[in-house]
Design a protein around this ligand. Structure first.
Ligand code: MLC
Ligand code: AMP
Length: 515
């Protein structure tokens, strides 16, 4: 994929327009601040310690240069001190941070690294051999954070807020994930609106077990936490025994997760002894805030959580391209099945198919968003960027209706987007991989309604030889080619796919086929 040759020019153009800053203003990240910023297992790190490590890393990254000039630096790191060092170090040195999914298959990493034209990648010392080979074949230098820590911090560049800061890969209606680029200003806006709306303070303590290649983990939890001077507990993944024991011990006062996590918590607690359940629920009950988002929170789940813990979930709506857009109130009615109202600084408007704004209530339309929170561009893909904006409004592809002043999400404009456990997946991307299987002639992938995952990836296939495919074999075939959460949970063989008169597969009709 061609890389935007206009990058340097555009950045130069922006330089004169806004005041410069040496780093996005995470005011608590300063030398000498002894408050604890990160807790990882038995280790904890103060803001001052993290700050000086970031400066030493940024200095090492620069290696004598004045500015990284938007060099794409990828990192393949779990939630850790190294991850935070990398993210902020790249920002301070003037690069574009490209955090990657540590659960990616090599074929996916090939696309991310290649399309972003990544030059350097940071991983742990024991990075898998396959990753080393991939980096070597792409000419990407593979390093550890420790290797680049300078002995002392050097001078760092002034970074204009309009410059590119981060690229996150997101699935869309095109087959391969696109790099969503946000600027320092975007990130600043995405953070500050949440600091205000959800009343973050430096007394907050929050667990972070969501992946750190998506905004839910990166912005809502890690960045808001560090901006506020709060304490963020890092986990490599959702470790229910550890998280719940910390909850029971009263460690946290804020909790943020996707609906699937609340489902998993309820299922987990159903199997635990009554005394433990009581302690965990008491730990949740005293928190100041429990948030659900990244996928629809079913009303039943909202009620179950309230019954179990007394917590009224605050549901909010967001997207990689916009950060958070719409939220139920911190103070005020949190309505089950609704996502609330636009956040401070975010403009939201429903539009009809004729691209006209819908005024008043009760008429569904597509949510479109404006504001500093909106991303800059899809990397190297001007056409996709252009198509996703109309008159300066970003088209989310999500349909909603306003009822009694609250937005209710109704679904998406595309059947090819699947939300599974909070991950956005492209049906077309999964179909593209399945079609390379030697015995698959045709395939249609949909998201089937599912109590745990929200939607479960489901593949309807027509085999070349007319026989069933062995599911276990197909699963391990897929595992070599895609992240495990993209692998179909259900596979159903059909003699032929249902098609309309134009020959197009009628995906909605697949939803009613029993699995
Ligand atoms: C894990 N598995 C999934 C899955 N997560 N399958 C489908 N969908 C998912 N989301 C599968 C694995 O492949 C594996 O299968 C098995 O479940 C166990 O894996 P695990 O990693 O141990 O699962 P678990 O830890 O329970 O993970 C569940 C989860 C995780 C909900 C914690 O999926 C998750 O972190 N989701 C959140 C993603 C997120 O942050 N989205 C935000 C995007 S930003 P097998 O067969 O190998 O056993 C966005 C904007 C916004 O949406 O508004 O926030
Ligand atoms: P992503 O592209 O991974 O950032 O996912 C963003 C998408 O998640 C949105 O476009 C919505 O479809 C969906 N989403 C996020 N929050 C909610 C919510 N509270 N209710 C319904 N859908 C949501």
């Amino acid at each position: 994929m061609p890389h935007t040759t206009g990058a340097a020019l555009k950045c130069g153009e922006l330089m004169g327009q806004h005041t410069s800053m040496s780093q996005p203003d995470f005011h608590q990240l300063t030398d000498g601040n002894e408050r604890i910023a990160l807790v990882a297992g038995e280790e904890s790190h103060s803001y001052g310690e993290v700050n000086s490590r970031i400066n030493r890393f940024a200095t090492g990254l620069l290696g004598g240069r004045g500015d990284l000039a938007e060099e794409r630096i990828a990192f393949f790191l779990p939630a850790s001190l190294d991850y935070v060092t990398c993210m902020h170090g790249v920002w301070r040195a003037g690069g574009i941070a490209v955090p990657l999914n540590v659960a990616s298959a090599v074929a996916e990493l090939d696309h991310y690294l290649g399309s972003a034209r990544v030059t350097r990648m940071f991983a742990e010392a024991d990075a898998p051999e396959e990753l080393r080979e991939l980096c070597a074949s792409l000419g990407v230098e593979l390093l550890t954070v420790g290797e680049l820590l300078a002995d002392a911090p050097g001078e760092l560049p002034e970074i204009d807020p309009g410059r590119r800061a981060m690229m996150l890969f997101t699935s869309g209606t095109t087959s391969k994930p696109k790099g969503t680029v946000s600027t320092h200003r975007t990130i600043h806006a995405q953070i500050t609106t949440l600091i205000e709306a959800w009343a973050w303070t430096e007394d907050d303590v929050i667990p972070l077990f969501l992946p750190l290649h998506h905004i839910h983990g990166i912005i809502n939890i890690l960045s808001c936490g560090l901006w506020a001077g709060a304490r963020v507990h890092l986990f490599a993944g959702l470790d229910l025994p550890r998280v719940t024991s910390q909850v029971a011990a009263g460690v946290y006062n804020v909790f943020m997760a996707v609906p699937t996590v609340y489902v998993k918590l309820i299922q987990y607690l159903e199997q635990r002894p009554a005394r433990e359940v009581e302690a965990v629920c008491a730990g949740f009950r005293v928190m100041r805030l429990n948030i659900s988002g990244s996928a629809a929170c079913p009303v039943k789940l909202f009620e179950q959580w309230r019954e179990l813990t007394g917590q009224v979930l605050l549901e909010r709506y967001g997207m990689t391209e916009i950060g958070m857009g719409i939220s139920n109130p911190y103070h005020g009615e949190r309505r089950a099945g609704y996502v609330g109202q636009p956040l401070p600084g975010v403009e939201a408007q429903l539009f009809g198919e004729d691209h006209q704004p819908i005024h008043g209530e009760g008429v569904p339309g597509e949510i479109r968003i404006k504001g500093d929170n909106v991303f800059l561009e899809y990397w190297g893909n001007e056409e996709a960027t252009r198509k996703s904006f109309v008159d300066g409004w970003f088209r989310t592809g999500d349909m909603a209706v306003i009822e009694d002043g609250y937005y209710r999400i109704m679904g998406r404009t595309s059947v090819d987007i699947i939300k599974s456990g909070g991950y956005k997946l492209s049906a077309l991307e999964i179909e593209g991989v399945l079609l390379t299987h030697e015995n698959i002639a045709e395939v249609a992938v949909i998201g089937a309604e599912d109590e745990v995952w929200g939607e479960a990836v489901t593949a309807f296939i027509v085999t070349k030889n007319g026989d069933e495919l062995d599911y276990a074999e197909l699963k391990s075939w897929c595992a070599e080619r895609m992240s495990s959460y993209k692998i179909p949970k259900h596979v159903k063989r059909l003699d032929a796919l249902p098609r309309n008169a134009m020959g197009k597969v009628t995906k909605p009709s697949l939803k009613s086929i029993p699995l």
